[in-house]
Design a protein around this ligand. Sequence first.
Ligand SMILES: [Zn+2]
Length: 350
Amino acid sequence: MSCPLCLSADAQKSGPRGEVYNVICLVCGEYSITSEAAVDIPEGPRFAALRPALSAATRRASDAAQLIQIDRTNWRKYAESFAFLSPETKAKYFLDILRRRTRFFGEAVEFDTDSDWPLIAAQNPEECRELLNHIERTSRAAPTHDESWWKLTVEGWKETEPAAGAACGLGFVAMAFDADMEDPYEYGIRAAIETDCGLTAIRVDKQHFKEEITDRMIADIRRSEFLVADFTHQKNGVYFEAGFAMALGRLVIWCCRESDKDKLHFDTRQYPHIIWKDPADLREKLRNRLRALVPGARLGCADPTTPPPEGVSPLVSSTVACGLPGTPASPNRNPSPANPDRPDRDRGLG
Ligand SMILES: [Zn+2]
């Protein structure tokens, strides 16, 4: 079939069929679309101008392990998020992608301009190549073997440093402390962060401090690289903590139990939440999101008793934050040895 967004001929249909189905496209990533949108959108008046930006929205979301559903009313909102970006913003997207895909300084990673151009919100492969030339001229990254393998220079590495104060691999967990949330924390959130991804979870009530809990909480969020916010039970504190982390420019991962999703606050409902049914479901979805968004999240060994398959590289699903409203386009990363279990981190370069 041809992709309704980029019109590429070799897209595949998958997942649920009928009114809503999934499309897997090399250019646009995986997304879901209603069948009427697939017919109507390409015929609409603004589509030709916004088409590349819509591909950018779906591809960047897909690479961040988010499946967005395109329908007749929401597609413009998605497209407009990426429609009017400056060349410098696009260049920054490229540097962020390289940084996320790079395990150590000096490593070359693949970026194919013919299929990866939406990742940096370019209009087409030509613009993408010109942006890459600009980045090379400004000495922030350099191609290696051929045009599709790139390395960050020291300048590029500096430019992709995180906001000050964040420690690599540390994730703050904001959630309700109700008894029914113990299992989702232990077997869902903590298992995904620590067991599956080799990162570190911190939750204020799990620790004993002499300071006021709020001071401790503020300090912990400041030193965290990312924050997992679960909105089940609708606690005001979770909204506060997520907002504070967003203001600091930290990556926020939004979660909510399916039974509570209709209670999500109107102002934040549009953010891409992980909607989960049980702890195992939460663990799997959170693991995928973390691996897509947090540099250094361990890949390929979901079951700790099973070694990663032969030949699986941690680079296979390296990716970018989707940059949709509410998702910081630049999650923070900071080379500091927060977790000795993670030898692939870029420690020692900060
Ligand atoms: Zn496509």
